[in-house]
Design a protein around this ligand. Structure first.
Ligand SMILES: N[C@@H](CCC[C@H](N)C(=O)O)C(=O)O
Length: 285
């Protein structure tokens, strides 16, 4: 099976084109294909371009644990780059239908820069299952207990769910320890992506990320969107925010009603062939 591997600031995806595969691999196969030792290795699989009656292209986004994500900012930039590389699009704007809504993508500077209109961030959690008090603009910021402490967290939805923790200092180690706990906290029956956010100044933030279904990642576009929106919503940042992550930087513009425009790169890595033999190897627990 042929996969095109790309990364967006170190957040790597394998693109599986339906012309090469009639259907997505099953959950176990996805886990194996994404495994960094027993498979090709990636933070997820992008299955597309699919037909859509609502947009120019349809896309399904799979996490490396085999679960399906509604949206992925880096995944969308990578998918846009794949469409450009395969000649399906040029420099015109085009729309992509995801489970988390329709987005618009535009490629510039010979594909060195890709902009995605990600949709609007919602802080009133109508579609993220959140147990506990109803989330709304009036009670934005909730105490959450994890790992023996209680901190204020901010939930934000940009098609997929996010939980933002604002702190003076952040670290990869904390993202591993606390992120893993918050992802599966009982407050989030559908699990959540987690960002630890440090405000640098009114136009720059730094985040460490723990992704739902993927774990620690070097960058995330929907996380950047959610974290920037929270920083603006609580009055710490303006509308143009550079998000600094271990893998690099993404530019976020926050428009009216928290409509997010995200700009960043996507880089081609390889064309890879997955051998079915890897599926039958028994991994000792
Ligand atoms: N890496 C992504 C987010 C991918 C989906 C996420 N793990 C989820 O389950 O919602 C990004 O760049 O946004």
């Amino acid at each position: 099976m042929n996969y095109a591997k790309y990364h967006a600031l170190g957040n790597d995806y394998l693109v599986l084109d339906p012309k090469d595969a009639n259907e997505l691999p099953d959950k176990d196969a996805i886990v194996r294909i994404c495994h960094r030792n027993f498979g090709l290795g990636s933070d997820g699989i992008l299955y597309g371009p699919l037909e859509s009656d609502k947009a120019d292209f349809g896309l399904r986004i799979m996490n490396p644990d085999g679960s399906e994500a509604e949206k992925s900012g880096n995944g969308l930039r990578i998918f846009a780059r794949y469409l450009y590389d395969t000649g399906a699009v040029k420099n015109e704007a085009f729309s992509v239908d995801t489970l988390g809504g329709i987005v618009t993508c535009k490629i510039a500077d010979n594909a060195e820069s890709i902009t995605v209109d990600m949709g609007k961030v919602s802080f009133a959690m109508n579609h993220i299952p959140v147990d506990g008090p109803e989330q709304s603009d009036h009670n934005f910021g909730q105490p959450l207990s994890f790992n023996g402490k209680t901190q204020t967290v901010y939930v934000a939805d940009i098609g997929n769910p996010h939980c933002v923790v604002v702190q003076d200092e952040i670290s990869a180690q904390q993202a591993h320890q606390d992120g893993a706990k918050i992802e599966v906290h009982e407050a989030f029956p559908n699990r959540t992506n987690v960002q630890f956010l440090k405000v640098i100044d009114r136009n720059n933030i730094q985040i460490e990320i723990w992704e739902r279904g993927a774990g620690y990642t070097l960058a995330s576009g929907s996380s950047s969107s959610a974290a920037a929106a929270v920083a603006h919503r609580i009055g710490l940042c303006d509308r143009d925010i550079t998000v600094h992550m271990p893998g690099g930087q993404i530019a976020i513009h926050i428009g009216d009603d928290f409509a997010i425009r995200m700009t960043g790169p996507a880089t081609r890595v390889a064309n890879m062939q997955f051998d079915e033999e890897a599926l039958s190897f028994k991994v000792e627990a």
